[in-house]
Design a protein around this ligand. Structure first.
Ligand SMILES: *[C@@H]1O[C@H](CO)[C@@H](O)[C@H](O)[C@H]1NC(C)=O
Ligand SMILES: *[C@@H]1O[C@H](CO)[C@@H](O)[C@H](O)[C@H]1NC(C)=O
Ligand SMILES: *[C@@H]1O[C@H](CO)[C@@H](O)[C@H](O)[C@H]1NC(C)=O
Ligand SMILES: *[C@@H]1O[C@H](CO)[C@@H](O)[C@H](O)[C@H]1NC(C)=O
Ligand SMILES: *[C@@H]1O[C@H](CO)[C@@H](O)[C@H](O)[C@H]1NC(C)=O
Ligand SMILES: *[C@@H]1O[C@H](CO)[C@@H](O)[C@H](O)[C@H]1NC(C)=O
Ligand SMILES: *[C@@H]1O[C@H](CO)[C@@H](O)[C@H](O)[C@H]1NC(C)=O
Ligand SMILES: *[C@@H]1O[C@H](CO)[C@@H](O)[C@H](O)[C@H]1NC(C)=O
Ligand SMILES: *[C@@H]1O[C@H](CO)[C@@H](O)[C@H](O)[C@H]1NC(C)=O
Length: 399
């Protein structure tokens, strides 16, 4: 009798969660049941979020942490694993999360961090608002770029298997999304935006991460839409709309000692508009040895981009670099079917290192025009690069 009763209750619970749209059998941990307040009050909900997460993480079957409708002010928080069950709890963000606007609450590099989790599903129609404006305007840490990096809105560290979908992220203080030391990740249908003049607000940054696919993402920020840092392996990026911002970049590479190589990057079917760079590989002068190879950009539409195609081994945004050459060896790079418009006369720049010339850089079917008039002649510029050009070539290639 007791057994039957329990079963009925359990079925009732699963029916309720089924009707609420959660995966069948998942137990729901709703942050408002842990005293989070959804009314946007100045109260910091981090403690309530942690309590709800800890309960979900300790639960021995499938669990979903739900942030329901409402506006939640929440300080820095870590969704830390490992959890009891594998897959780790899913996280559904339906409401809006707001970061404290003051930097005083932040002692580390992240606002919302997911750490040491397996098969993480993170989705929802919610908004993740970093409220970065005050931090960007903080004069001690503005465009000098010498200052400490500002907190990143969402960091994923040590995630093995992850699906991150549907969210809107806006106005992060630092990078919007950052992946570190993770494997087998898909990211899709995100909408990431911050003003075009907000400093270092990269859309998605990847490093020491392998097998990651990013697709159908709209990114408009003050820095790189996507930056692919050291140790990125097998990265596929497709159907991205990027602009304004600094474009899609491999790098920067070679800033630190012992960086891992970047191998296998494919960027395809993207639209880039009103950005300073389009498709870029950037490495610092004087960098220690490493490699960036097997990198393909294809089917890219440019619209009013300042430097649509650029390899820059003299990258030095802080204006105080050594005059030693970069030792990042760049090879096997393809730019294929890149079309559209540029707003500067040098549309293709391949500036490689004198100590490590770029090898096998392929330009195939490049068709770029000046944005406001076909009468303005556009050109290419090459330094220390070996490669080939084939198919349509506008501007005239220098390889
Ligand atoms: C979000 O993830 C949950 C798993 O927690 C899944 O049941 C649901 O279908 C997903 N929703 C969307 C819109 O993908
Ligand atoms: C989960 O925990 C409950 C209560 O501690 C226990 O009765 C149950 O057997 C556990 N289930 C699994 C799948 O480990
Ligand atoms: C990424 O995409 C590639 C090619 O479409 C596919 O082979 C691979 O399995 C995908 N990886 C992940 C983690 O989704
Ligand atoms: C992305 O979000 C911004 C507001 O945050 C909105 O203006 C824009 O229309 C959205 N773009 C897409 C493609 O959903
Ligand atoms: C990269 O992807 C290829 C093809 O999908 C696969 O054979 C290789 O093992 C992957 N490399 C790593 C390090 O996962
Ligand atoms: C290319 O990307 C756009 C969105 O940016 C998408 O609508 C279209 O279906 C994609 N085309 C192909 C061939 O994948
Ligand atoms: C090149 O990179 C792609 C992913 O972009 C990967 O599938 C392929 O295996 C890589 N090839 C080599 C030789 O590394
Ligand atoms: C081109 O992009 C710049 C930003 O780089 C922007 O200020 C300008 O309005 C854009 N021009 C056109 C014609 O869209
Ligand atoms: C430049 O020429 C291309 C075709 O070659 C055309 O599509 C484009 O509209 C022209 N641009 C201007 C600004 O006239």
């Amino acid at each position: 009798m007791a057994l039957k009763m329990a079963t009925t209750l359990e079925c009732l619970a699963c029916l309720v969660s089924f009707l609420a749209g959660y995966a069948h059998g998942d137990k729901v941990f709703d942050v408002t049941k842990y005293a989070a307040s959804p009314d946007g009050s100045a109260e910091d909900n981090s403690k309530a979020f942690s309590n709800a997460w800890n309960a979900a993480c300790q639960y021995n079957r499938s669990a979903t942490l739900v942030i329901p409708k409402g506006t939640f002010l929440v300080g820095p928080i870590v969704f830390k694993g490992p959890c009891v069950s594998n897959p780790s709890p899913s996280v559904q963000i339906i409401g809006q999360l707001k970061a404290p606007s003051s930097l005083a609450t932040f002692s580390g590099p992240s606002w919302i961090e997911f750490n040491d989790l397996h098969e993480l599903v993170l989705n929802g129609s919610g908004i993740v608002d970093g409220q970065g404006a005050d931090a960007w305007n903080n004069k001690t840490c503005n465009k000098e770029k010498k200052c400490k990096n500002l907190p990143m809105s969402m960091r994923f560290i040590n995630i093995v298997g992850g699906q991150i979908t549907d969210l809107t992220l806006r106005d992060s203080k630092g990078f919007h999304v950052d992946f570190q030391q993770s494997t087998s990740i898909t990211v899709s249908h995100l909408n990431i935006s911050a003003p075009g003049d907000s400093p270092n607000t990269d859309g998605i940054h990847i490093s020491r991460t392998q097998n990651i696919n990013i697709t159908n993402v709209f990114i408009s920020t003050g820095d790189d839409c996507i930056s692919i840092g050291p140790g990125s392996i097998n990265v596929t990026i497709s159907d991205i709309t990027c602009g304004p911002g600094h474009g899609i970049s491999v790098g920067s590479l070679g800033k630190y000692q012992n960086e891992k190589n970047v191998v296998g990057v494919k960027v395809k079917n993207c639209t880039v508009f009103d950005t300073t760079n389009g498709l870029r590989i950037k490495t610092w002068p004087g960098s220690p040895p490493s490699e960036a190879s097997n990198i393909t950009f294809e089917d890219i539409t440019m619209n009013n981009v300042s430097r649509p195609i650029i390899i820059d081994q003299f990258y030095c945004p802080i204006h105080q670099c050594t005059d030693q050459p970069s030792r990042v060896r760049i090879h096997d790079v393809v730019f294929r079917r890149v079309t559209g418009t540029t707003n500067t006369p040098v549309a293709v720049t391949l500036s490689c290192s004198s100590s490590m010339p770029c090898k096998n850089v392929q330009l195939q079917d490049i068709d770029l025009n000046f944005v406001s008039s076909n009468a303005t002649k556009i050109t290419s510029s090459c330094l220390n690069v070996e490669g080939e050009a084939s198919g349509t070539q506008n501007p005239n290639p220098c390889v």
